[in-house]
Design a protein around this ligand. Structure first.
Ligand code: NAI
Length: 339
């Protein structure tokens, strides 16, 4: 029997990879129903008989949405991402829905993007690119700093944070790290020193976040913690926008306390990121303020966007849909609510 799956917030690259992955499971006959809009209580009427939904980082899978999905016959929520802060897991459990995610599709993709953002911002590559294209070969305003010899603070040493730390060690930086569960064996092997968060903030020239969004990490970088950072320090966030208090960030940029900010995620990115809004007046004044600063670099939640990551996301998501449809357990470590 075919398996209808409603897939939300999709773009051409998602569709191509999911189509290819589904061809590897002819026995399940997955029928993707691709939507470019996000799943929420307002759009849940689009399920149209789907037995499963496939969602991404900005779909809003709250308790009401889950209740409506369960009543419509949905049995499985397949997250095609690692973070799951946008799904009410307690409500899913209560409604008897299975929830799977892709915990590690390519930690390299995200770690490498965070370093790319920092290097672009520091060496002003984005500004130089535009200048040279207009035959402006001047160098004024393009002065950066050597990474070599600087101190980088890695907040969160899970899969992505460790890789980032190792890349930064390759630049000849000192790397400090903070995690609630430090791995001292890994740290010793890579010349990384664990320390407290406040010490890390005070000592680092660059602070980069590699944390999940949890109640305990919501606005972890607030006004007080921004104030603890070294004058002129750079902040990089490729994890989740809500880890940082944007108002505090803007205040610190305006006062000149922070030297630069590189973001792949933004507190209020839902409804903005992944969309072409080039003809629209954006009403979020904090976002517009961030975009106006010469020392802020923003990408639109694209750290995951490599061929390798998209293949792996599609493979794991499709495999889990096929397994659950056949009454088998999902791949190890991918289920958020073990049966
Ligand atoms: P992970 O689960 O392997 O590592 C997270 C680390 O954070 C763990 O070591 C954990 O102990 C630590 N941690 C949790 N709460 C903490 C706290 N309050 N204080 C200090 N440390 C704490 O996760 P992974 O794979 O490294 O991913 C990190 C985050 O990156 C994800 O949760 C996701 O939000 C984000 N991400 C962003 C992507 C993008 O495209 N921008 C793509 C993939 C992930």
């Amino acid at each position: 029997m075919p398996l209808p799956v409603a897939v939300y917030d999709t773009r051409s690259y998602d569709r191509a990879h999911l189509d290819a992955a589904a061809r590897a499971h002819p026995e399940t006959a997955i029928r993707w129903r691709f939507h470019d809009f996000r799943l929420s209580t307002e759009t849940v009427g689009s399920l149209d008989g789907a037995a499963a939904v496939c969602v991404f980082v900005n779909d809003r899978v709250d308790a009401r949405c889950i209740e409506l999905m369960a009543a419509a016959g949905v049995r499985h929520i397949a997250l095609r991402c690692a973070g799951f802060n946008n799904v009410d897991l307690a409500a899913a459990r209560a409604a008897g829905l299975r929830v799977t995610r892709v915990p590690a599709y390519s930690p390299h993709a995200v770690a490498e993007h965070s370093v790319a953002l920092l290097m672009t911002l520091n060496r002003k590559i984005h500004r130089a690119y535009n200048r040279v294209r207009e035959q402006n070969f001047s160098l004024g305003g393009l002065v950066g700093f050597d990474l070599h010899g600087k101190t980088v603070g890695i907040v969160g040493t899970g899969k992505i944070g460790r890789l980032a730390a190792q890349i930064f060690r390759g630049f000849g930086t000192n790397v400090l790290a903070y995690d609630t569960y430090p791995d001292t064996t890994w740290a010793a092997a890579h010349g990384v020193a664990y320390t407290g968060l406040d010490e890390l903030l005070a000592a680092s020239d660059i602070v980069s976040l590699y944390l999940p969004l949890l109640p305990s990490t919501h606005q972890l970088i607030d006004a007080e913690r921004v104030a603890r950072m070294k004058p002129g320090a750079y902040l990089v966030n490729t994890s989740r926008g809500k880890l940082v208090d944007t108002t505090a960030l803007i205040d610190a940029l305006r006062s000149g306390h922070l030297g630069g900010v590189a973001l792949d995620v933004y507190e209020e990115e839902e409804g903005v990121f992944f969309e072409d809004l080039s003809d629209v007046v954006i009403k979020d004044s904090e976002l517009m303020m961030l975009l106006s600063f010469p020392n802020v670099l923003l990408t639109s939640h694209q750290a995951f966007l490599t061929r390798e990551a998209l293949n792996e996301i599609a493979r794991v998501t499709t495999e889990n849909l096929a397994r659950l449809a056949a009454g088998q357990p999902p791949l190890d470590g991918t289920e958020l609510l073990p049966a």
